[in-house]
Ligand binder design. Structure first.
Ligand code: TRP
Length: 335
């Protein structure tokens, strides 16, 4: 048997709703890159999830391709990993419907993200938003994933996924693998440059605080230089210095230097000089990503090849899981 058959499966998803920032790269995508050597990896662009809030059609299409190009540019190798678009595999919505019938209203109502988003978009609290975590469970269970890397905010959704898998298995016999979440350590969390006690987030009003991967070199440099720093003048990593600590994290990510050695390197140096060095280091670090992104983003033929190939592999597995589920439920299968 081929070695790959024994490999465990990893699956994760990301929404095509606008540009990614440095926090996505360090908190999620670099882990995805690492995992692809060890696991059979499925990385899906979740456009079905994206429409739980209103999207502009042209923008959604553009962002979907932007995201595919970004995934490849950061190092996800389409020869190793399966990159696919969620809506290309109808089995996701088909399984989601079935799982809906095994999920209680109470379970969905308790989801923190649902409560937050209902507050944020009070005019559009739609059924899709309510059932969002059930669709996510379908994404995961279709592929019999062992491991699901997500941010801490998604942990509750993985718990629901596990509950649904166990519930279904108890009624119908072993059908779904019960997945484990993988939640990265908080160590390298990137904070907003303007409000360094807040996590960097793409929905932040003030884009000066967010380092988008698509920002050009000047903009990146300017955002770093205009970042909020703390009182005092020492380059020291501490809770009292969230601004400087955040810049140190960025320098650490860009150069690989340890926090301790950064403190030593910049002992006695001022904030201005430090910011310049951080800006230069980050620009340098992102160069290969940008070069690769620019090379492939306009090569639509290549991007479509990647997602077609990803969808083919995904389809095979999704189809077989769904057939099994249909037959267990008691659906009459067509001849
Ligand atoms: N809900 C996830 C998020 O917003 C994205 C997502 C959708 C996902 N389906 C998934 C993540 C399946 C992991 C596995 O971050």
């Amino acid at each position: 048997m081929e070695k790959t058959e024994d490999r465990k499966t990893i699956l994760s998803g990301i929404q095509p709703t606008g540009g990614l920032h440095l926090g996505h790269l360090t908190g999620a995508l670099l882990n995805w890159v690492k995992f692809q050597d060890e696991f059979e990896a499925f990385y899906t662009v979740v456009d079905l999830h994206a429409i739980t809030v209103r999207q502009n059609p042209e923008e959604l299409r553009t962002w979907t391709l932007d995201l595919v190009a970004t995934l490849i540019a950061v190092g996800i190798d389409p020869e190793k990993s399966n990159i696919f678009i969620q809506s290309h595999i109808p089995e996701h919505t088909q399984l989601a419907w079935i799982l809906n019938c095994f999920t209680s209203m109470g379970e969905c109502s308790r989801m923190t993200q649902f409560k937050d988003k209902s507050k944020k978009y009070p005019d559009n609290v739609n059924v899709g938003l309510f059932a969002y975590p059930v669709l996510m469970a379908a994404d995961i269970l279709l592929y019999q994933a062992d491991l699901v890397p997500v941010g801490a905010d998604q942990k509750q959704h993985i718990e629901l996924t596990r509950d649904l898998a166990i519930r279904f298995n108890n009624i119908y016999g072993e059908t779904f693998k019960v997945p484990e979440p993988y939640i990265p350590k908080v160590g390298a969390k990137i904070m907003n440059l303007q409000e360094p006690t807040k996590k960097m987030s793409k929905s932040d009003q003030n884009s000066l605080g967010v380092l988008f991967l698509a920002d050009d070199e000047n903009l990146i440099s300017n955002k770093i230089k205009r970042s909020v720093t703390d009182s005092g003048k020492e380059i020291k990593f501490s809770e009292e210095k969230p601004g400087i600590s955040n810049l140190m994290t960025i320098y650490h990510i860009s150069t690989g230097e340890s926090i301790e050695s950064i403190e030593n390197m910049f002992a006695g140096k001022g904030y201005g000089e430090f910011k310049q060095k951080v800006a230069d280091a980050l620009v340098e670090y992102l160069k290969p990503f940008k070069a690769k992104y620019n090379e492939i983003r306009n090569n639509q033929e290549f991007l479509f090849e990647v997602i077609c190939k990803g969808a083919q592999k995904a389809k095979e597995i999704a189809k077989s899981t769904l057939q099994n589920v249909y037959s267990k439920i008691g659906f009459l299968l067509p001849k």
